[in-house]
Every structure is written in C-alpha cells, then in structure tokens.
Design a protein around this ligand. Structure first.
Ligand code: C2E
Ligand code: MG
Ligand code: MG
Ligand code: MG
Length: 288
C-alpha cells in the first residue's frame, strides 16, 4: 500500500552500489544461478619465464557464460559479487576448480604453479585459511604450487586481519602475490609488514611504458624494488615484442600478456603446456 498522508517530500534515490540498482540485483541473481548451474568456467593464462620464454605456471581467470546475457566479463561481475558474500562462494568455486586442474597437470608438469585471484572479502573471511588447507589436502596439491594474488586494497582494508591471514597462509606454504601493483594508494612500507613473495606490475604501466617515460620509470622502479626486497616480479599485459624486450632487459622475472599467450580454456591450456614444455623443439622458441 502507498504511504498515506500528504508528505510532499521527494526522496531522491541515488544508488552507490551496483546491488542498489535493479539491473545490479538482476545480474546478481543470474550470477547466483550460474554458480549452481555450472555456467562458470576457469580459463588459464600462462605465466612465462622471461629468461627462457617458457611457461612456468598459469593464472586462473573466471569466465561466466550466461544463457541470457552471453559471455560476461569479470570486470562486470566480479565488482558486483564483491558487494555481497557471493564473492566468497565464487572464490571457493575457483579455488576448487583451479586446484583440481592443477592436480591433473602436476604429474606431467611437476614444477607448474597456479595463481588465483583472491577478493578482499575472501581474504578477510575467517574460514578462508582452513578452507585453502582443506582443498589442497583433498586434491593432493602441495601448497608451494599455489600462489594467491591479493590486491593492496584487500590488505589495507583491515591491515591487522589481512596480515594475520597472510601469515597463516605462509605457514601453510602458499605463496602470496600483490596484483595490480602500483595502482593502490598505500605506502610502500606495507610491503615489509605483509609477507609477500611477488609483485605483479599492473598492465596500465606496461601498456604505455614505451610511449610514456613516467610509466617506464614506474615499471623500472617496481623491478628494482623487487630485486632489493627479493620479491619475484611479474609484468602483466605484455602486448607486443617491444614491451617484451624492454622487460627482459630490465630483468623482470615473469610476464603475461596477449603477446605471449591469451587466457585459454582448460583443454587448450593443457595443449599449450605440452607444446611449450614437452616438445624437443621448444628450445628453438627461445629468443636470441
Ligand atoms: P587481473 O587479475 O589483473 O587479471 C589480468 C587481466 O588482464 C585479465 O582480465 C586478463 O585476461 C587480462 N589480460 C591479460 N593479458 C592481457 C593483455 O595483454 N592485454 C590486455 N588488455 N589484457 C590482458 P580478465 O580475465 O577480464 O579479469 C579481469 C579481472 O577480474 C582480473 O584482473 C581480476 O581482478 C578479476 N578476476 C578474474 N577472475 C577472478 C577470480 O576468480 N576471482 C577474483 N576475485 N577476481 C577475479
Ligand atoms: Mg590477477
Ligand atoms: Mg593483475
Ligand atoms: Mg591488472
């Protein structure tokens, strides 16, 4: 029933969150259904050693094919899911799926590692660490083969809890990576406070470093910082041969990007590994 009385007050509804809009709620409902209907998939983008140019691991990236909407990009549905606890469920799904796949790869590719993206809410969830331990045990995957990618935002939201969770993950033997490094606004001192193993240079810097000297300076600085703090450095979003050459010259350890390999469905990712790791000819793929 409509509100009685003659109130002439106009309430302007200004949604601040995606889940405060009809479209957002609608998509959230579809996403919830996708999780239970198996409409989610994990694709895998090779992580390439920039010295040998061989793949040393994969990053799992979520894909959602909605019967109504078609393929929906993570940039659309991850932020939405992050507003609710659904991200925790999605994250559990990705951890299970990725670890199962890794268990299938490891007998053929024993040194392979898997990187998975972890949302802030997931890291701060009190059940997260036992859940990771549980999944690794169930799938028989060594913790050292798993790297969890966290963002600065996840760490700075609740630094005490984040640091505590991260220490526990390190105790399990899991590796920790800072994703999209350089895009946050936190101070560098947090790198000493949190037990991280790896820095992933955001693709916004890599993509423009050969046109923009300031972006190149950032890339160079992160690689040097990694060297000084003994952290592995990974460059994201390598799209051409010039970027690859510069990053190799700067001594960046690992790289990812369309120029090296796109994210691939599980089967194609397996083929990629066979082609690049088992072939006798693969050494000819080494760059001069
Ligand atoms: P991210 O973790 O920084 O992943 C890198 C993104 O860059 C991926 O986009 C990848 O497909 C894309 N990319 C890789 N190489 C290139 C390149 O050379 N050029 C360009 N332009 N892009 C490249 P994607 O798969 O659309 O994922 C976007 C973001 O969604 C991810 O960024 C990550 O933050 C989030 N995400 C994806 N899967 C998951 C997941 O399972 N859990 C969580 N929490 N977040 C996820
Ligand atoms: Mg990532
Ligand atoms: Mg990234
Ligand atoms: Mg990024």
């Amino acid at each position: 029933a409509a509100k009685k009385g003659g109130a002439s007050q106009v309430v302007v509804f200004e949604p601040r969150m995606l889940t405060e809009t009809v479209a957002g709620l609608d998509m959230l409902a579809d996403l919830q259904r996708a999780l239970h209907q198996d409409d989610l998939e994990l694709h895998y983008q090779p992580l390439v050693d920039l010295g040998s140019l061989r793949p040393i691991g994969m990053e799992g990236l979520m894909r959602w094919t909605c019967p109504r909407r078609g393929l929906v990009a993570p940039a659309e549905f991850i932020p939405l899911a992050e507003e609710s606890n659904l991200i925790v469920e999605l994250g559990r799904w990705a951890l299970g799926e990725g670890t199962r796949q890794l268990a299938q790869w490891l007998p053929r590719f024993p040194a392979l590692r898997l990187n998975l993206n972890i949302a802030p809410r997931q890291l701060l969830d009190r059940d997260f660490v036992p859940h990771v331990a549980d999944v690794l045990r169930t799938e028989g995957v060594p913790a050292a083969a798993l790297t969890l990618e966290l963002t600065e935002t996840a760490m700075m939201k609740d630094p005490d809890t984040a640091a505590h969770q991260m220490r526990q993950l390190k105790e399990l033997g899991v590796n920790l990576s800072v994703d999209d490094f350089g895009t946050g606004y936190s101070s560098l001192s947090y790198l000493r406070r949190f037990p991280v193993d790896e820095l992933k240079i955001d693709r916004s810097f890599v993509g423009s470093m050969n046109q923009n000297p300031e972006d190149l300076a950032v890339v160079r600085m992160v690689i040097e910082l990694g060297r000084a703090l003994r952290l592995q450095t990974v460059a994201e979003g390598i799209e051409d041969a010039d970027q690859l050459a510069v990053l190799r010259r700067l001594g960046c350890h690992l790289g990812q990007g369309y120029h090296l390999a796109r994210p691939l469905p599980a089967q194609a990712a397996t083929k990629h590994l066979h082609a690049h790791l088992n072939s006798r000819l693969s050494h000819t793929a080494r760059a001069a």
